[in-house]
Design a protein around this ligand. Structure first.
Ligand SMILES: [Zn+2]
Length: 330
């Protein structure tokens, strides 16, 4: 099955690159669980991730973001170019994903928020882990303006989590922290895991393994909600901390959350450029092409349980972009 998928993808991509300029697909990952997550089974686990990487290694020319930016700038992007990125700095990136990447000779770019290294936790994981650990059969989220939620099974827990996350996402950092403390009280959960994110030695391990380390701020704020001086501090301090950990320059960046015009503005892209970064990625879907703004490159990750569906979505993303450009002004 996989050989057939690979064959179709290669011929599809070959045909595609014969009639268009080369396109750059940039995949975005967060976690790669050692085993499938019970509440979010659609998130990649080691078995599924290995299947995707085997396919990617066969069908694409995989490079780091820095290499891709150089190729774009020089108009030398090879056909079937692809960048694998990871955001946030989860420990499973080093523990689970790195050995798989190495098995297939792949390099990837890891965008790490330094404020959570060594025992920290991102607010969204605090929500998830709080509702995962809650021993009650239902939870009262009235104080978040949401009412009562059943926690009878994993689907119910997922619904409570997915309803609550958007309520907290755009709060300021202090308000987010207050919301998590309130949620812990409501759920009766005192302890939350402290091993979700990387330790500094794992960042170093990734760098020494030839992976690219990129900046992703210190505290993962929505840059659009910050004063420019605070945004600049988050960006430069995150980069400085990473540079001192790996003792090498860090010159690529990923915008937290990453939606252009909502999570960050053009002024932030200009700031990234003026701070000496070489390139940056958003979470807008699409593919990169020669002439694109390398400080706002789009990313797209297909979803789907089967490799065939995943691979076809990857191709459709590239093709849709061609249709868009083929019909300017519509
Ligand atoms: Zn992030």
């Amino acid at each position: 099955m996989e050989t057939l998928v690979a064959m179709l993808a290669r011929s599809g991509l070959g045909l595609f690159s014969a009639v268009t300029s080369p396109r750059l697909s940039i995949l975005i990952f967060h976690r790669v669980h050692a085993r499938a997550d019970s509440i979010f089974p659609q998130e990649p686990d080691a078995v599924r991730y290995e299947r995707l990487m085997r396919f990617v290694a066969r069908c694409f020319r995989v490079m780091t973001l820095g290499e891709a930016v150089t190729c774009l700038a020089e108009g030398m992007l090879p056909s079937r170019s692809l960048v694998i990125t990871f955001d946030d700095g989860y420990a499973d990136n080093a523990e689970v994903a790195l050995p798989i990447l190495q098995r297939y000779g792949l390099t990837a770019s890891f965008f790490i928020s330094t404020g959570f290294l060594n025992g920290g936790r991102m607010w969204n994981d605090s929500v998830i882990e709080c509702l995962r650990a809650c021993q009650q059969s239902e939870v009262d989220l009235e104080s978040f303006g949401l009412g009562r939620f059943s926690l009878a099974g994993t689907a119910e827990r997922r619904l409570a989590i997915e309803t609550l996350l958007p309520r907290i996402k755009y709060l300021g950092l202090a308000e987010r922290e207050e919301a998590i403390v309130r949620l812990q009280g409501v759920c009766g959960v005192k302890e939350l895991p402290m091993n979700l994110m990387m330790r500094t030695e794992q960042v170093r391990q990734l760098h020494q393994a030839g992976m690219e380390i990129g900046a992703h701020t210190v505290n993962h704020p929505i840059l659009a909600t910050l004063k420019p001086s605070d945004a600049e501090y988050e960006i430069t301090e995150g980069r400085n901390q990473l540079q001192s950990i790996i003792d090498a320059p860090v010159d690529v960046f990923a915008y937290p959350n990453g939606k252009p015009g909502r999570d960050y503005y053009k002024s932030h892209a200009s700031m990234i450029e003026s701070l000496g970064f070489r390139g940056a990625v958003s979470t807008a879907p699409g593919v990169g092409r020669a002439g694109d703004d390398v400080f706002q490159l789009p990313r797209f990750t297909p979803w789907g349980d089967s490799l065939a569906i995943w691979a076809s979505r990857l191709l459709v993303n590239q093709r849709n972009t061609v249709f868009e450009t083929a019909a300017p002004g519509r």
